[in-house]
Design a binder for this molecule. Structure first.
Ligand code: F0G
Length: 358
């Protein structure tokens, strides 16, 4: 039996690898595309909404798709150390793949601003974790400078191999649906993922694997919405720490994805993010981290505005895909704050039955 071997093995003809590229994989990708019946019902009979649950990647986020390629190429080129700035997920992924490859990994994070689970991951995989007194944008500036001056490879999404690997999410979506979706919604932080997904669709289109391109709809958090506003945010703020970014590296590329696909990039508030977060958990059974819920928050916001009501479709239903970028277990602190704590009662049958309401 040939087991699944990750995104490089599956999509190697679309990726910059040769037979000499060592395959550093944790069997990332192949994530489920879950039909969201409750959310679909909110939009009405013309639409089918799917959730691309990237939280089920090996380190719990979509970053693994790009990291497998970035680390495999680093290994091929004889690199010994890798470095990244991160709001948490990139560092978790870099740390795990570097461990697998036997490379040293350095991660620079904004002090006190990354979710607990992600910090634990980087530390457990034995990365050299350095917290700086600044935000993600400061950390990214530092690692860009360091990688330009020291023998260490940058594995943020400025590294083109990251984008190449991440585009495989679009391939999987098209392969699963047998067509491209009509709309693809996703959270936007440093803007690498919207860039990568759009690239993937365009490549599948030019290889005639799909006959139309989706409309790309990206969502930033209101307090960290530089692309929406058109200027960098000096002091970005949002509960969704993964996308707390004031000056995205792939800003221009995200704008191109929006323009070429006739899509949009808009902002959702923290309270919209939290209600989508709860809706996903309570009604669809899918636990995501807050930033991931920005795609669904955006979907619900556009639906309220009548965006989907204007869409014409003859007989066929329109397919909508929301990327859910990271697992809910990454950020237990937000999860616990978002819900009420359980009652503590006597260890007696009647007391438990009463408290359970049965
Ligand atoms: N969702 C999650 C869970 C993320 O971790 C990120 C980015 C995004 C969305 C946004 O994706 O940057 O490609 O637009 N996290 C990066 C990190 C910045 O350091 O882990 P993007």
């Amino acid at each position: 039996m040939k087991t699944y071997q990750g995104v490089i093995a599956r999509y190697r003809k679309y990726l910059p690898v040769t037979k000499d590229t060592p395959l550093v994989s944790l069997q990332e990708g192949n994530t489920p595309l879950i039909y969201a019946s409750k959310i679909s019902a909110r939009l009405g009979p013309k639409f089918k909404v799917y959730l691309k649950y990237e939280g089920l990647n090996p380190t719990g986020s979509f970053k693994d798709r790009g990291m497998t390629l970035a680390i495999s190429k680093a290994k091929e080129e004889g690199v010994k150390s890798v470095i990244c700035a991160s709001t948490g997920n990139t560092s978790a992924s870099a740390a795990a793949y570097a461990a697998k490859a036997g490379l040293k990994c350095i991660v620079v994070i904004p002090k006190g601003a990354i979710a607990l689970g992600k910090l634990a991951q980087a530390l457990v995989h034995k990365a050299k974790v350095i917290a700086v007194k600044g935000n993600f944008d400061d950390a990214l500036r530092l690692v860009r400078e360091i990688s330009a001056n020291y023998p260490v490879r940058l594995v943020n999404s400025i590294n083109p191999h990251r984008i190449e690997g991440q585009k495989t999410a679009s391939f999987e979506i098209c392969d699963f649906l047998g067509t491209a979706p009509d709309f693809h919604l996703l959270p936007v932080g440093n803007a690498g993922n919207i860039t990568a997904c759009w690239k993937g669709y365009k490549e599948y289109f030019s290889c005639k694997k799909i006959t139309h391109l989706p409309c790309m709809l990206g969502f930033q958090a209101k307090g960290a919405a530089p692309i929406v506003k058109g200027y960098p945010f000096k002091n970005p703020k949002t509960i969704a720490t993964a996308i707390r970014i004031g000056n995205p590296a792939s800003w221009e590329e995200a704008l191109s994805a929006k323009e070429e696909s006739k899509g949009l990039i808009d902002a959702v508030s923290d309270s919209q993010i939290l209600s989508a977060y709860k809706l996903l958990a309570e009604e669809e059974g899918v636990f995501v981290e807050p930033a991931s819920a920005a795609s669904v928050a955006g979907l619900l916001m556009l639906n309220k505005r009548g965006f989907f009501g204007k869409i014409r479709s003859k007989n066929e239903k329109k397919n909508i895909v929301c990327t859910l970028t990271g697992h809910g277990l990454k950020d237990p602190q937000v999860a616990i704050k978002a819900v009420s704590s359980p009652p503590v009662i006597e260890a007696k049958t009647e007391a438990v039955a009463k408290a359970a309401g049965i």
